[in-house]
Write a protein that binds this ligand. Sequence first.
Ligand SMILES: *[C@@H]1O[C@H](CO)[C@@H](O)[C@H](O)[C@H]1NC(C)=O
Ligand SMILES: *[C@@H]1O[C@H](CO)[C@@H](O)[C@H](O)[C@H]1NC(C)=O
Ligand SMILES: *[C@@H]1O[C@H](CO)[C@@H](O)[C@H](O)[C@H]1NC(C)=O
Length: 421
Amino acid sequence: MIFAKRIAVLLLTAVLLILYFRARTQDYHSTLQRLSQRVGLGDLANDEEEDFQEQLNRQKGPFTNNNYVTHNSSESSYPTGTLKPAGEPYTRALVIGRLSSENTTWLDSYLPTDAYLVPYLYIVDDHTAALHTPINKGHEAMVYLTYILDHYDSPSLPDISIFMHPHQLAWHTPELLNHDAAETLKRLSSARVTREGYMNLRCHWDPGCPERLHPGTSYRDNLKREEIAIAHAWAEMFPGEPVPDSIGAPCCAQFAVSRERIRAIPKASYERYRDWLLRTEETDWISGRVFEYLWHKIFTNQATLCPDARACYCDGYGICFQTPDLFETWFDNHHHWRRATKELEQWEERATVVNSVGNWKKVEQMKLDIPVPGRNIELKQEIDERFRLLVHLRTEALKNGTDPQIRAAVAGRPWEVGNGY
Ligand SMILES: *[C@@H]1O[C@H](CO)[C@@H](O)[C@H](O)[C@H]1NC(C)=O
Ligand SMILES: *[C@@H]1O[C@H](CO)[C@@H](O)[C@H](O)[C@H]1NC(C)=O
Ligand SMILES: *[C@@H]1O[C@H](CO)[C@@H](O)[C@H](O)[C@H]1NC(C)=O
């Protein structure tokens, strides 16, 4: 009799544990589905998938510091680009690489809304595809360099070339653009790209800024395995140039470049970069990462390029928070909104498990993590309040971003009546 009771308790425990872990796994998968990760090229970088807490932390500052580096024509070796007259459209190319198993169906609904955007979709593992790379190596870097080499001399090279990953939603796509690639394309300012020549699509500093890599190090940091490789790559790619003490730029290899800037770099240099990529014995994971932290060097000749995040959002996407305080308030709220949303999700999952057993007391004896009664109501209220503030501030910021004078002021550039963005 006692024996039977014990077996029943054991069985119940097993069932509960299975339910609990299934709930956890589903939750993990739904997070990943919402926020797809790195470009799925070459050797898939699954070990790079971050947990939720890390994603949350990435949304916090720093957003700037007092001596941030952005385009400064008196320091840059490239001149400020010449804008078209206000209102005149810029032609744009969208360059994306994908595996044949991936799709870019989100573009089908976006493209008809953007008359001046021409897509260049490279399929890296299908040699019969209209656009493909010589080999599938080096993640997105091979795609980007192949596009540049294919179009360098061509009259079809548009005013702006935009280089992106195939997913519509990704954690590294700007938060204020809802992590959405379509929204990013829609709002991206061709004027800022033209003026600065090169613009990283990501405004956030973490990961990457202000100094992610120290190429001189002899310590092998497993989170930055590209750090040691980059010094060797540098010597081959930029012969005769001293390896810098540090390299920094926002992560993730999505950016836009003007035609003028693409052609300001000799074609032979792009050939040298791609040769390195074709020859290197580093894994794709490393060689892709090496380029991730060299694009800004290639296009601006600066080892560190960490533009002020608020200026990046305002001048780059027309989302203008007029003070650093308002900007930080938004992100602080967003951070807590996501935290509360996650906590509520976990509360509800645990409640489901508990209810499926139907006997709270028994569950309590078994020391299961009990959802605190009433906490869900509190959380719902917090989520609502925070969400309202987020929407309110963002709506204001979008409105303020339509004013070219505010854009210039936040970006710290001169402005005269009649100037556009
Ligand atoms: C640009 O660089 C020059 C020369 O180093 C410096 O005097 C100036 O303050 C910089 N401007 C900005 C906006 O950082
Ligand atoms: C395209 O990919 C998305 C995201 O991975 C997926 O949800 C969708 O079903 C795919 N569509 C097609 C037509 O394969
Ligand atoms: C937008 O502009 C108004 C008027 O200048 C200002 O009061 C408000 O704080 C601004 N909002 C944001 C989010 O910057």
